[in-house]
Design a protein around this ligand. Sequence first.
Ligand SMILES: Nc1ncnc2c1ncn2[C@@H]1O[C@H](COP(=O)(O)OP(=O)(O)O)[C@@H](O)[C@H]1O
Ligand SMILES: [Mg+2]
Length: 382
Amino acid sequence: MKPSPILPGSTLGVLGSGQLGRMFALAARQMGYRIHVYSPESDTPTGQISDLEVTAPYVDLDRVRAFARGVQVVTFEFENVPSDTSRACAELVPVRPDGEVLHITQNRLREKMFLASHGFPVTEFRRIGSLADLEQAATDLGLPAILKTASFGYDGKGQQRITTREQLPTAYAGLGGTEGILEAQVDFGMEVSVVAARTLDGRFAAFPVFENAHSHHILDITMSPARIPPDLAWQAEVLAQGILDALGVVGLLTVELFVTRDGRLLVNELAPRTHNSGHLTLDACPTSQFEQQVRAVCGLPLGDVTLARPAAMANLLGDVWIDAGGTPRWTAALEDPSIRLHLYGKAEPRRGRKMGHLTAVADTIEEAILRVSRARERLVQG
Ligand SMILES: Nc1ncnc2c1ncn2[C@@H]1O[C@H](COP(=O)(O)OP(=O)(O)O)[C@@H](O)[C@H]1O
Ligand SMILES: [Mg+2]
């Protein structure tokens, strides 16, 4: 029997309390849901706008169970929650996406093995458990190659680019005794992502493909529609659907992809949640990625994901505050009426910390990029 949908008025539980949870909570509240959030921190971006903020370690399973008893469904905004935590929740309420999806996507090696074994295209990779493994892998894959920790990496953290064999011992030492993965370096022309949703009964919807530009391994600007041929965009969506189906995702999942210079797609990594590259959906699509997550995890029909107009999003890192000497010049940025400002409620700006973003919607993608870039420059220059 099909489970009944979790209707507005119900309480949704979020594990993790950053900006992704905040924007999820805003979307959920708009639709009349209540929000409870659980994380080890307090006064968090999500907690500030939730009905209840629980501050406790993820491994405190008594607190986790008490949290789960107070909600109708549990979802994530942070995928590195221990397996035991999601299992404890799953004893009491639906967890969407489920613990198995989390388990696979938490570890780059498991993730790549899952993808490769299901026939999805990935760059060549090897498991690294010792220096001897790394030496053999460097011979097999050639250099340059990228060494990554198998777990807990984000925004390029835990990654080293290896160009010569002399670097192998130091690079291996950099793993600090944890499991690693060596990946052949991809000579990509572009990075893109697909944010997609899947319901309990297998219905699927993918947002238009996002084109992503990184700076120092952190997402800098996203634009959509991606400037790739339509058949490649279609292939990316088909790939995403295959992956969500194979994982049995209920909820949202983001597929990060490389477009190689010869026009092929390779899956880089998966995130079982909304994604930084999907933020422009808040301003450019009838349904945002966050509302779509609400709908998917609650068992409601999925919303319209059409991109109304070309859009671009620029991340605001703590660097903007520091470079502006304290307070960014908000008025100067907002002088362009096409610019929309999103801030995450984080008190302390640090270099590399995601504090907010700007979005511009325009007639052409080039114009949207120009407007959002200029607005971000004005924050610092006045
Ligand atoms: N195998 C690779 N070849 C080329 N570039 C890579 C490779 N792996 C990662 N990168 C670059 O580093 C960025 C971050 O790596 P990623 O695996 O997405 O980790 P995370 O986003 O979790 O830090 C990618 O977006 C890409 O720009
Ligand atoms: Mg990534």
